[in-house]
Design a protein. Structure first.
Length: 154
């Protein structure tokens, strides 16, 4: 398969950890040139979205395929460590740490070099295209199970 040189990167996996490089742009910062706190949620969202895309489960196929479903965030916790700033090269790490029949938990970190800027856990579930709770299709559950990492205490 031939790749398109203009296709944006969806990151890559190191083992079962998804790695997404991102850059801090002016639009990401507050008046002091530091990343605005809510933008870490955007970095987490990009990490989760590209984790799925890199496993062969892009949102467009999920939402508009033969057996459509939609992701909804149930819970999000973030621990802000230190601020990233304009032009920093960041890495968003995403790990699948829990996989249920209709929900997941992902541990995520935003790093600049070896320094953790923010970390958190996101719990998400799936609903039907009508907004009702549903289970993952079997193929999706099997594919995601390949990336499940057992964290301490889980």
């Amino acid at each position: 398969m031939m790749s398109n040189k203009y296709e944006p990167s969806s990151g890559f996996f190191e083992g079962k950890t998804h790695i997404l490089p991102v850059r801090v742009y002016f639009e990401d910062t507050d008046a002091g040139g530091m990343v605005y706190h809510a933008n870490y949620i955007r970095y987490f969202e990009r990490g989760r979205t590209d984790f799925l895309r890199a496993t062969g489960l892009p949102h467009s196929d999920i939402m508009f395929g033969d057996d459509p479903y939609i992701w909804v965030v149930k819970d999000l916790s973030i621990d802000y460590k230190t601020s990233a700033k304009l032009d920093d090269a960041l890495v968003v790490e995403t790990k699948l740490i829990k996989l249920g029949g209709a929900s997941i938990a992902m541990a995520q970190r935003v790093l600049c070099g070896d320094v953790v800027r923010a970390q958190g856990v996101v719990r998400a579930a799936v609903v039907s295209d009508k907004g009702r709770p549903r289970r993952f299709p079997a193929m999706v559950h099997e594919k995601m199970a390949e990336y499940l990492i057992r964290e301490e205490g889980n």
